[in-house]
Design a protein around this ligand. Structure first.
Ligand SMILES: N[C@@H](CCC(=O)N[C@@H](CS)C(=O)NCC(=O)O)C(=O)O
Length: 243
């Protein structure tokens, strides 16, 4: 291993999908530079991300990790898997590794669905111009998709008879599940409260991950960006359950 410090490229004004990578790095205490959050004078800012995605590397969209000087990888699940394997943060057994990736990809599906609740037609249109569709999409998400995803992860943890998705060892999909639960609570506080009572293992996982040293330190630091209405998990009260 070289002494190269990882460089994460992600939009600087929202936690977004970059947060799943940050959580893995923070939990493990791995140093990294959050490039776009440094100043433009230092080669950061939005321009640093745009330069990469327009610059002929093999990466379609951020998050992008520069893992060696001039070598980049993209796709959140791919980045997490690379880091976890490289730093021994996931089981050695190939089936367990595949399961970790499978859970991460399932979370990626859930995250995309959350995004589509406020942008069901196009990311290039304003929310206000697709609000009618967003209302329908959010109602369906709350009624059908939250219980389906929450039920899946609850059953998975139950089948392991331990705290986490892969048993007693906390791995990167657990950190991502934690963030996704936080995000859904931010976006749909009433729906989250109504559903989560049925999922004791998800509540326990949330408590356990939140109490981890690296995560607790990160959450209380300025590095942790709050959710906001530019990101994936947006709080538009009209999309949540009614009283
Ligand atoms: N499947 C990709 C999705 C990447 C993605 O959608 N990135 C967003 C930010 S969270 C983006 O900037 N997309 C630009 C685009 O799709 O044109 C992943 O999980 O990393």
């Amino acid at each position: 291993m070289t002494d190269f410090v990882y460089r994460l490229y992600y939009w600087p004004s929202l936690p977004g999908r970059g947060e799943f990578v940050r959580l893995l790095l923070e939990d493990a205490g791995i140093p990294y530079v959050d490039v776009a959050r440094t100043s433009e004078d230092e080669g950061g800012g939005v321009q640093s991300v745009l330069a990469l995605v327009k610059g002929g590397i093999d990466c379609f969209a951020p998050p992008i990790l520069e893992y060696e000087s001039g070598r980049h990888i993209a796709q959140t699940a791919n980045i997490c898997q690379y880091l976890a394997i490289t730093h021994d943060l996931v089981h050695e057994d190939p089936f367990d590794r595949m399961l970790a990736n499978q859970f991460q990809l399932t979370l990626a599906d859930l995250v995309s669905e959350v995004h589509d609740t406020h942008h069901p037609i196009s990311t290039s249109m304003y929310y206000e111009d697709q609000k009618d569709a967003a209302l329908l999409r959010s109602a369906a998400f709350i009624e059908h998709r939250i219980p389906k995803f929450f039920g899946f992860f609850e059953r998975t943890i139950a089948s392991m008879k331990e705290t986490y998705l892969l048993g007693e060892r906390c791995t990167y999909p657990d950190l991502s599940l934690w963030h996704t639960l936080e995000g859904i609570e931010h976006a749909f506080p009433k729906a989250y409260a109504a559903h989560i009572v049925d999922y004791p293992r998800l509540r326990a996982l949330r408590t356990a991950v939140g109490a981890r040293e690296g995560i607790a330190a990160y959450v209380s630091s300025a590095r942790r960006m709050p959710f906001n209405e530019h990101g994936i998990f947006r709080n538009y009260p009209e999309l949540d359950l009614e009283d």
